[in-house]
Design a protein around this ligand. Structure first.
Ligand SMILES: Cc1cc2nc3c(=O)[nH]c(=O)nc-3n(C[C@H](O)[C@H](O)[C@H](O)COP(=O)(O)OP(=O)(O)OC[C@H]3O[C@@H](n4cnc5c(N)ncnc54)[C@H](O)[C@@H]3O)c2cc1C
Length: 414
């Protein structure tokens, strides 16, 4: 690959590629190394919801406000990776009535449009909605396609001179005189390893951040949390449905072409590479979704898949020192925190807020390297938005392509 770069980014999910593009736009040379293919981690195994923030408005208004801000930005700069479906929060007869109004007011307080609509209007987008549906409001949820979005960021990084290395696993972090100076990388096809030196290293390995931290001699306590999604054949839903109750398992249904994705769960696991996946959990998704759309119970299950959230299990000191920039994601400046200059870690967050996370990391790296260029990712369209051909070759190159229901038809099909 390259022996020396300005910034080495470990992890080729949405966060790592997002950081690379942001830094590239500010004039820094980057190298991304990903042990598998792009989006192999949580990014390629998520629910596909571009959150409006409605789901978090009651319990975590700060995250909800971040979501709606980023939702608006991505619907513009990454419109080719987003389906503008809209969404609804639907209260069923079994749900607590007071939650519905609380949720609507909280949405409005966070700047999220939350227009009450008759249940009959929801049936325009979901004709077989449960007869138990009592009330609904419309929210600006959308469907996001994580693989093309990640590839678009990778292409953007490359357009600025960056290098993207897949099947390139970091097996050690190089520390000299107490500072991180690069990493040792093992390529799938090669027998030995290669050293890549950098002025700064970014650890964007999500649920795996702890193991990369250990290579650098710093503790990054993670609490990886698994979630399951079930894809069923169901063409009769045109908008996202959220169950109108406090967040619990299986209460979101996301349309993807002629299927819907039911999910999800959240349960802590010890090892993000090896954790139990039970039929009971997948059955529960179908059961929960069928409370909103009874026909889902008899629809053909296409497949199920699992992802692991990169939740930070940090110490109180990390939180108190303001390292959790929002409640949602955490940036660890290892010089400040561990007296280990040369490395920054970013964990937590959502795909919806990746751009904001990347901006926070890039700001920190630029300040460490004395670069004063401002962030441009909120206004600069991602590659492929205005020229669909810009992504075609790269989608093939970084494939194999994921299943059709995860891909936007305009980007991928001739
Ligand atoms: C079940 C589930 C549902 C979700 N649904 C949604 C949703 O609907 N909407 C939303 O906005 N967000 C959602 N999320 C959250 C979102 O998917 C994640 O926050 C986001 O994808 C994290 O991206 P990341 O790049 O930080 O991590 P990841 O995508 O996990 O990327 C980390 C990468 O690092 C690589 N790596 C690890 N170790 C090494 C190493 N030693 N060397 C090189 N590479 C390495 C991994 O292979 C991986 O590709 C969901 C998450 C889960 C798990």
């Amino acid at each position: 690959m390259v022996g020396k770069t300005d910034v080495l980014i470990i992890g080729g999910g949405i966060t790592g590629t997002g950081v690379a593009r942001d830094l590239g736009l500010r004039g820094l040379e980057t190298v991304v190394v990903e042990r598998g293919r792009l989006a192999d981690g949580a990014t390629g195994n998520m629910h596909g919801l571009l959150h409006s923030g409605a789901r978090y408005a009651v319990a975590d208004p700060e995250s909800a406000a971040d979501c709606i801000e980023e939702n608006r930005i991505l619907r513009d700069v990454a419109s080719h990776c987003v389906d503008e479906t809209g969404g609804y929060l639907v209260q069923l007869s079994a749900d607590d009535e007071s939650y519905f109004e609380r949720a609507r007011r909280s949405c409005l307080d966070c700047g999220i449009d939350a227009e009450p609509v008759a249940v009959e209007a929801v049936r325009d987008d979901c004709p077989r909605l449960s007869p138990e549906a009592e009330r609904a409001f419309r929210v600006p949820d959308a469907v996001v396609h994580p693989f093309p979005l990640t590839v678009a960021n990778a292409v953007g990084a490359r357009e600025r001179g960056g290098t993207i290395g897949t099947h390139a696993e970091v097996v050690d972090v190089l520390v000299e005189d107490g500072a991180v100076v690069g990493a040792e990388v093992r390529h799938r096809e090669a027998s030995g390893t290669e050293e890549i030196r950098a002025d700064h290293v970014v650890n964007a390995t999500g649920a795996w951040a702890e193991s990369v931290g250990a290579m650098a001699g710093v503790e990054i306590p993670m609490r990886p949390s698994k979630g399951v999604m079930v894809v069923v054949d169901y063409p009769a839903l045109d908008a996202v449905l959220n169950r109108g109750r406090p967040a619990s398992d299986g209460d979101i249904v996301v349309p993807h072409e002629r299927t819907v994705v039911l999910g999800t769960t959240s349960a802590e696991v010890e090892d993000p590479d090896d954790y139990p996946k039970t039929e009971r959990e997948t059955d529960r998704m179908v059961e929960a979704a069928s409370e909103m759309i009874p026909d889902v119970a008899t629809a053909r299950v296409v497949r199920s898949y699992w992802g692991v959230r990169p939740l930070f299990g940090g110490t109180d000191a990390d939180i108190e020192d303001g390292r959790s920039l929002t409640r949602d994601f955490t940036l660890l400046d290892h010089e400040e925190r561990d007296d280990r200059p040369g490395m920054t870690t970013i964990v937590g967050g959502k795909l919806t807020t990746y751009r904001q996370m990347a901006e926070a990391v890039a700001d920190r790296v630029c300040s460490a390297l004395g670069v004063t260029e401002p962030c441009r990712t909120a206004t600069e369209p991602l590659p492929g938005r205005d020229d669909p051909d810009a992504l075609r070759g790269a989608l093939d190159e970084f494939g194999p392509l994921p299943p059709a229901e995860e891909l936007p038809s305009d980007v991928l099909r001739e």
